[in-house]
Design a protein around this ligand. Structure first.
Ligand SMILES: O=P(O)(O)OC[C@H]1O[C@](O)(CO)[C@@H](O)[C@@H]1O
Length: 538
């Protein structure tokens, strides 16, 4: 299969994207695919009918349909951890049953969602306040999947936010919590501790610091703390009252957990109605993913285009470029989703993976990125497939001229990447700038854009809660489909463990001193320097 694709790639290596449009006047329409409220335009890639046929064959060969059915029905497809993968159950609105180990998980999902809504409503209305009055600020403490989704969604849904101010603390760096708490009133702040395991050292360290701050400032942690976790016993041990604790199960992976209690801060900001609209958006994408044929299936197509670029064309990274300032944290969110899920070297069966896995994902919102790294995208030696994301409308109707400029820039960049600028035109530019003779030739070379650089564009009417849900679910299913096709388990993350273990052993060397002789030379020398400069307390 991969060989067939590589042959197609070799055959078309010099084919220019522009020529594809010239050969097929319907190309834009053929390769613009709708799903829920989203449209994905793949026409500015080298995908054509033979490539698409070979790519979709990968879905059949890998058993994607069966694996998808297994995921939605609660089978334990996370085989290395023996867990089901059921974040989709968190956004399921029908009254069907979803069985894990023979027990229907849906009643607990619905009950927790209702409890979250009641809690959010009580805080937002002021009925549930702090010692000093109604809650003005919420600080949610978590990291990785317990942080990135809510951070991304809170910003994305800012126009819908009418609740308390939301702050997020993730880094164990004291700067993060100190800078966040310093302007807040400890008697009117709610601290939300979000941790699937309730053992993550960064989160628990920050939670203890926040509790000390609250007590010192006259607040009451028994009233002003909430917790989200699968470890209800540990949350209770920390002193958080049971009616402020929202549980979930191990079948929700951290990076897929926005839809359940981990999303509580988002609900506090935008209210239960908007949160449920986000869930409905995710569910709409679930239906699309489950029913659309491969060649019209948005998550599958995104996966296939990504694999075409990474596996076949050999482009190791992809840029995610939201032309939507409120999606500024989407690239960071997708970094975890994609790279923690699919950055693996071993296949599900324990054998070595053949070829690259998990693309390196990076990006920034447009138009800012244009004034920073787009130089490399246009004229660098590395080809970086780009994913442009843009809505038809912003939320500031009185500033629609801004939005039109934003959209024009988005379209201009994907067009420029594709068309490029040849030497003749570059010469004309250099001549217009006043250069002549040999200097004109030199200057012209610098003004050439190679073009033929691939991009996809995701468009939608407006970034509403429902559309946000669709976008997030789209990327979740893309990552899943990629993982199935590559034969890897997208739902474990053993690669994060080693560094955590070593940090645990190095901690005492920094806090209490002690011999570093058993360490490697570099680490020992770095500790020596840090000790000399005041890192160590002894
Ligand atoms: O929610 P927890 O258990 O605190 O974990 C936070 C994050 O840490 C990780 O385990 C990685 O270190 C992520 O997978 C997870 O999202």
């Amino acid at each position: 299969m991969w060989e067939d694709l590589k042959v197609l790639h070799r055959q078309n290596r010099d084919r220019h994207l522009i020529d594809l449009f010239a050969q097929d006047p319907d190309r834009a329409e053929t390769y613009s695919i709708d799903g829920a409220d989203l449209r994905l335009d793949l026409s500015k890639t080298q995908i054509d009918a033979p490539v698409l046929a070979a790519l979709t064959a990968l879905c059949d060969v890998s058993g994607l349909a069966a694996r998808r059915a297994a995921m939605f029905s609660g089978e334990k497809i996370n085989e290395t951890e023996g867990r089901a993968v059921l974040h989709t159950a968190l956004r399921r609105s029908d009254d069907s049953r979803v069985l894990v180990d023979g027990a229907d998980v849906m009643p607990a999902v619905r009950e927790t969602l209702d409890r979250m809504a009641a809690f959010a409503e009580a805080v937002r209305s002021g009925r549930l306040g702090g010692v000093g009055g109604s809650i003005t600020d919420v600080v949610s403490i978590g990291i990785g999947g317990s942080d990135l989704g809510p951070v991304m969604a809170t910003l994305a849904l800012a126009p819908y936010s009418d609740g308390p101010r939301l702050h997020y603390v993730s880094n164990v760096d004291s700067a993060h919590i100190a800078d966040t708490l310093k302007s807040l009133d400890p008697t009117r702040t709610l601290i939300n501790v979000a941790s699937k395991t309730f053992t993550t050292v960064e989160t628990m360290t920050n939670a203890r610091t926040a509790r000390d701050w609250m007590v010192a400032g006259g607040g009451d942690p028994a009233r002003q703390f909430s917790a989200i976790s699968t470890a209800l016993d540990l949350a209770a041990e920390f002193g958080i009252p049971a009616d402020h604790v929202f549980g979930f199960s191990d079948w929700v992976g951290g990076r897929f957990s926005l839809w359940g209690p981990i999303g509580l801060p988002v609900m506090l900001a935008v209210g239960a109605g908007n949160f449920r609209a986000m869930l409905a958006g995710g569910e709409a994408m679930d239906r699309h993913f489950q029913t659309a044929p491969w060649a019209r299936n948005l998550p599958v197509l995104l996966a296939l285009v990504g694999l075409w670029h990474s596996h076949v064309c050999g482009y190791p990274s992809r840029a995610v470029l939201p032309y939507e300032q409120r999606l500024a944290r989407l690239p960071a969110y997708l970094q975890q989703l994609e790279m923690e899920s699919n950055g693996k070297s071993v296949a599900m069966d324990g054998s070595d993976v053949d070829g690259p896995t998990g693309a390196i994902v990076w990006g920034e919102p447009g138009t800012n990125g244009q004034h920073a790294f787009f130089q490399l995208l246009h004229q660098g030696t590395a080809v970086v497939p780009c994913e442009f994301i843009v809505g038809a409308r912003g939320h500031e109707a009185d500033l629609a001229d801004h939005h039109r400029l934003l959209v024009a820039n988005c379209l201009a960049q994907s067009q420029a990447l594709m068309t490029g600028r040849g030497l003749e035109e570059a010469r004309a530019k250099a001549a217009a700038a006043g250069f002549t003779g040999a200097e004109l030739e030199r200057q012209a070379r610098h003004r050439v854009f190679p073009g033929n650089r691939p991009s996809v564009t995701l468009v939608y009417p407006q970034l509403t809660p429902a559309v946000l849900g669709q976008i997030v679910a789209l990327y979740e299913h893309r990552v899943f489909a990629e993982g199935v096709i590559l034969g890897i388990n997208s739902f474990d993350q053993f690669g994060v463990e080693l560094g955590k273990e070593i940090a645990t052993s190095l901690g005492p060397l920094l806090a209490e001193g002690g011999s570093t002789a058993a360490l490697d030379g570099s680490t020992a020398a770095l500790i020596g320097y840090l000790r000399e400069h005041g890192c160590c307390v002894v």
